[in-house]
Design a protein around this ligand. Structure first.
Ligand code: AMP
Length: 614
């Protein structure tokens, strides 16, 4: 039987990929069920490790893992933790972006797919932690494209795990809590299953908490022992650090099975020609004490998600543990204590995400259309813009966060909010986009910004700017801003300003991912410095208070002109009185060269003009 005969030929095969921090795997639908596509040795998981060997050839997986100690300067693990960062990673003679390195891992998986399904163009659904940011999602999509996949969809890992579970329990109506603790990230989602519809109710997490952190805590513990004994910190030596990290992960995993583990490393590093080793033992209790604060953080997230969904502990029917780190027995204990029930153990925590991604792929391609399964997801965090906030009636403070899409809104979603200009004759506005749950943008995560120009001059508050957020099924955000009154609206999407990598840059990355090479490339991204355009109209930065006196006088003069014009236009005695009052306050402050008083007078003048509708 040929490879192709395994697949129902009437459907377009789309594969599902779990691009993990520690391991990656790929699955697809065969005979109506999701299956992992194994590597050449039958392995279902491929270590997410990349080595650029001394011949500058790319090696991925188990062989690369072995090089983490032997050639630390040529190999990299856990690159997922750097996804979305504008960083260059040196491996051997060349520099790579995190998405290029992830692209190499995905290319390795594509090899397995080609072997099983035959050569040719492949489509893929790739999973990401639910709590991944916009940049991290885009970087993942790009990595898939660099590996030659047409990326059909980016889906959230806990949602994928719920799909793998839901697919096996189509007739059950229940509330499912997915606790997903992998190598680098933690997510928790609550999913309602009803009549074959899987509705993600809420999702939260921490995209920087996972098994890697547990390993590094153990490395620190080992290092302290060596400092005590030899007065030398092994973490300063790149190879010694790699040795301890490898041992830490081994010990951690053994502690999931036994109460105490012996460490016997004869050579961690050399000092003056002599080997320095580490001989100790680690108990389960010692390890748990190290990681307990992090585990507690995951439990706090569970409390938060229950509060968000207004569900009681007893309303959760099943708890699904996903991700390699969820094997730690202490986690089972914490879950058992919290929910008074055992988590489900019928889903393989390492495979659930890839299998669920394959189910999503099957729903998309049509091969599972008859299953009747439908899934909806949510935006795990609020997204919005920086605005000027009115405090104590007249005082304006920039840098407040206004959510346009609140967290846990079902996606896809489009929301529009209208904002007024805050300064007289304001012709531009900086749209600063953030995600997070805090009142002030400085405490949230900055996504991007762009300048909307061409607002007609006029009194403050007279001009409206419409800001539209579109959050698509891939969890990728598009922001549009337009000036309402001009008619000839100017529209800028955040995607345009984010998508800085030209076709040419993409091609360069593609060559790096596809072939072994030695080209040196120190970042091909062209920085667009939008702050270059910053002018008076932008009120969204906190540094604005530091305007110099000259600017203040200019602003005061322009306001005076508008007040004088208003005086001519109004017949109301009260309005005339108010306008004369602010005009004389401005004059007095200028005469006294008192910039604090002038600042105040300007604010009052603005208020009066807004109040009187001028
Ligand atoms: P994942 O990203 O889901 O592949 O999870 C990988 C993480 O799970 C790594 O940090 C592993 O060290 C960790 N892991 C795998 N198996 C175990 C285990 N038996 N006990 C503790 N951690 C584990």
């Amino acid at each position: 039987m040929s490879k192709q005969e395994n697949i129902d030929s009437s459907f377009r095969p789309i594969v599902g990929i779990d691009l993990g921090t520690t391991n990656s795997s790929v699955a697809f639908i065969q005979s109506g069920k999701p299956h992992i596509i194994p590597g050449p040795k039958g392995e279902k998981l491929t270590p997410s490790v990349v080595l650029i060997d001394p011949n500058e050839k790319v090696v991925v997986g188990e062989d690369a893992q072995a090089a983490l100690i032997a050639m630390p300067e040529r190999s990299i693990a856990a690159v997922k933790r750097q996804m979305g960062e504008q960083t260059s990673i040196k491996l051997g003679a060349s520099f790579y972006s995190p998405e290029e390195i992830s692209g190499m891992i995905l290319e390795k998986l594509r090899g397995y797919v080609d072997k099983q399904l035959g050569e040719g163009e492949k489509e893929a659904v790739i999973t990401v932690p639910a709590y991944f940011t916009d940049e991290q999602r885009r970087a993942t999509k790009k990595a898939g494209e660099l590996a030659g996949f047409a990326v059909e969809r980016i889906i959230n890992e806990p949602t994928a795990a719920a799909l793998a579970f839901g697919f096996q329990h189509l007739d059950e109506d229940r509330h499912l809590l997915v606790y997903d603790l992998g190598g680098g990230t933690f997510d928790v989602s609550i999913v309602e299953m009803m009549d074959g519809i899987l509705e993600v109710k809420a999702s939260t997490g921490n995209n920087r908490l996972g098994g890697e952190d547990f390993d590094w805590l153990l490395v620190d513990w080992f290092a302290e022992k060596m400092i005590e004994q030899f007065a030398i910190d092994p973490r300063t030596d790149v190879r010694a650090k790699a040795v301890l990290k490898e041992e830490a992960e081994k010990v951690k995993k053994q502690l999931s099975e036994q109460d105490v583990v012996e460490v016997a490393l004869p050579v961690v590093m050399m000092k003056e020609g002599k080997p320095l080793g580490l001989y100790t033992e680690v108990t389960k209790d010692q390890f748990v004490a190290l990681i307990e604060p992090l585990l507690q953080e995951t439990m706090d997230k569970i409390s938060q998600i229950l509060a968000d969904t207004k569900l009681h502990v007893e309303e959760i029917d099943d708890i699904l543990l996903v991700g390699g780190s969820s094997r730690i027995p202490r986690i089972h204990e914490l879950i058992q204590d919290y929910f008074h029930k055992q988590p489900r153990s019928d889903v393989n925590p390492d495979e659930a995400v890839a299998l669920g991604a394959a189910v999503q792929a099957g729903l998309k391609s049509g091969s599972l259309a008859k299953s009747g399964l439908i899934v909806t997801d949510v935006a795990p965090f609020s997204m919005g813009v920086a605005v000027v906030k009115e405090t104590w009636g007249t005082k304006f403070r920039p840098g407040a966060f206004k959510a346009i899409i609140p967290r846990n809104t079902t996606i896809p979603v489009t929301r529009t909010e209208t904002f007024g200009t805050v300064a007289p004759n304001q012709t531009e506005v900086m749209i600063e986009v953030y995600q997070g749950e805090n009142e002030w943008v400085k405490d949230n995560h900055f996504l991007n910004e762009f300048l909307l120009k061409g607002i007609p001059p006029g009194p403050a508050g007279n001009e409206a700017v419409e800001v539209t957020f579109r959050y698509n099924l891939n969890g990728i955000l598009e922001v549009t801003a337009k000036s309402v009154s001009t008619g000839e609206s100017m529209t800028v999407t955040i995607q345009d300003s984010l998508d800085r990598s030209s076709e040419e840059a993409f091609q360069t990355s593609l060559e790096k991912v596809e072939a072994s090479h030695s080209d040196r490339d120190e970042g091909d991204e062209e920085q667009i410095d939008l702050f270059d355009f910053l002018e008076e109209g932008d009120f969204d930065t906190e540094d604005e208070a530091e305007e110099d006196y000259g600017d203040l006088i200019e602003e005061a003069t322009s306001l005076k002109e508008r007040c004088e014009q208003a005086l001519v236009n109004t017949t109301s005695k009260t309005e005339q009185k108010q306008l004369r009052e602010v005009l004389s306050r401005i004059d007095d402050a200028i005469k006294a060269e008192d910039d604090a008083a002038l600042d105040k007078a300007i604010e009052q003048a603005m208020d009066v003009l807004i109040d009187l509708d001028f």
